[in-house]
Design a protein around this ligand. Structure first.
Ligand code: NAD
Length: 280
């Protein structure tokens, strides 16, 4: 039976510490402030934006959701970003993705002031991460590393397999594991013999968006299994890992919900605090 890595409890602890630091900032006249930009009516995006606002409130970070119509043009959105960039009272800017199809996401992300890009998606942040100079790291990968560290198992020298190569999860988490001296393999939809490869992993990170895709055949006995996937199936959130099938074989496993999800928001709070302190 594996040990469950309780992302919710770990997040709670980290958020308490963030709250104390936010209180200190406030005593020095600094109110950390996050602006969340939400375009359109996507129900999931609305929930994510609301959850982020709720989490900010919990730790004392000021937050505002800038709500824009679905038919907002790319130029209008860019102008809003430029305005937020120039507003000295705002320390973090987050554009809730996905954006409507008529807007080029890359152009929008690239327009966010580097020092306010608390999602860490700007290509400059990716480059700095690659060079080992990261300051604002992307939230989900940052949270994944914290969860792995919570197991107190050594990362150094371990075989890590990351399934998924997106710019926001797979690639950055692979780089972070490499920087912690794991031997890292990135697998993806064209990888051959995936189960054979995955079952060599001491640390298996799965970010593919395919509900319950990973069963015990993909898992090494005693491995640390981090399930990043979230898919809504009949109204319930389901991970990429078949938790019930894998839990007897893995050494450590994150649940869905209650694993990576809460940590992503917690790392957003941490990044907003870093940005507010002007550490970058
Ligand atoms: P994405 O669609 O951008 O990338 C998916 C990746 O999975 C691709 O690189 C693809 O090659 C790979 N893939 C797809 N099918 C595969 C297969 N059968 N075998 C091997 N590889 C396969 O997705 P993403 O943005 O990286 O997100 C992945 C999942 O993580 C989604 O379910 C998403 O909702 C979830 N997610 C969760 C959080 C969180 O905070 N918990 C944050 C980001 C993403």
């Amino acid at each position: 039976m594996s040990i469950i890595i309780d992302g919710k409890a770990i997040s709670k602890r980290i958020r308490e510490s963030i709250k104390r630091k936010v209180d200190e900032c406030k005593m020095n006249g600094l109110i950390p402030n996050l602006s969340v930009v939400l375009v359109g009516e996507d129900p999931a995006s609305k929930v994510y934006a609301r959850n982020k606002q709720k989490a900010c409130k919990e730790v004392g970070i000021k937050s505002t959701v800038v709500k824009l119509e679905e038919n907002t043009s790319e130029q209008e959105l860019l102008e809003i970003i430029y305005r937020l960039n120039q507003d000295n009272t705002i320390h973090g800017i987050l554009v809730q993705l996905p954006l409507p199809n008529h807007i080029d996401e890359k152009r929008i992300i690239n327009a966010i002031d580097l020092s306010k890009d608390v999602d860490g998606f700007h290509p400059m942040h990716s480059g700095m991460l690659m060079n080992g100079q990261a300051i604002l790291e992307p939230c989900t990968p940052k949270g994944i590393i914290r969860l792995i560290e919570e197991t107190k198992q050594n990362i150094e020298g371990k075989n890590a397999v990351v399934i998924g190569r997106s710019n926001i999860v797979g690639k950055p988490v692979a780089i972070m594991l490499l920087q912690k001296n794991a031997t890292v393999t990135i697998a993806h939809s064209r990888t051959e013999n995936l189960a054979k490869l995955a079952s060599t992993a001491d640390i298996l990170v799965v970010a593919i968006g395919k509900p319950r895709f990973i069963d015990r055949n993909y898992v090494k006995e005693g491995a640390i299994v981090i399930d990043v996937g979230i898919t809504s199936v009949n109204g319930a959130l389901v991970g990429d890992v078949d938790f019930d099938d894998v839990k007897e074989k893995a050494g450590y496993i994150t649940p869905v919900p209650g694993g990576v999800g809460p940590m992503t928001i917690t790392m957003l709070l941490e990044n907003t605090l870093i940005a507010a302190k002007g550490a970058i």
